[in-house]
Design a protein around this ligand. Structure first.
Ligand SMILES: N=c1c2ncn([C@@H]3O[C@H](COP(=O)(O)OP(=O)(O)OP(=O)(O)O)[C@@H](O)[C@H]3O)c2ncn1[C@@H]1O[C@H](COP(=O)(O)O)[C@@H](O)[C@H]1O
Length: 103
């Protein structure tokens, strides 16, 4: 099992945890809008590090983004598996071909 899959399982399990003991439970208790806001903040921090070009800081911010993405999904009863199913559906479909098919 990948670290991302393990994290997804942990985030899902924290839905029923005590917000006093778990940061994830605290975020989930604050509601989907708050989880989305936190994801947005972390995404912007990652963008800043990507523009600056510091590899280690970008890796750290990217980890924050993935964690907060999983929390935002969990807040809407979605999981990594749901996103993986969509990624599988897209596998082998070129972005260029997909865009052309929309017209
Ligand atoms: N991957 C993470 C993870 N990444 C970031 N964070 C927390 O997210 C919080 C971010 O908070 P803030 O935005 O306020 O802080 P900040 O962005 O660092 O700084 P400022 O904005 O304050 O400048 C911090 O408390 C981080 O510790 C995480 N908290 C938990 N996890 C994972 O989730 C698991 C379960 O954690 P709990 O739910 O706390 O048990 C952990 O074992 C980890 O594997």
């Amino acid at each position: 099992m990948s670290a991302l899959q393990r994290l997804s399982d942990t985030v899902a399990a924290r839905g029923s945890a005590d917000p006093d003991d778990s940061w994830t439970a605290r975020l989930l208790a604050a509601g989907p809008e708050k989880c989305a806001e936190k994801f947005g903040e972390e995404a912007i921090e990652a963008v800043i590090e990507a523009v600056k070009g510091d590899r280690d800081r970008l890796i750290g911010e990217a980890a924050d983004v993935l964690y907060h993405l999983l929390v935002m999904l969990a807040a809407r009863d979605l999981s990594l598996a749901d996103v993986e199913a969509e990624l599988s559906r897209r596998e082998g479909v070129s972005g260029i071909a997909e865009k052309a098919a929309r017209k």
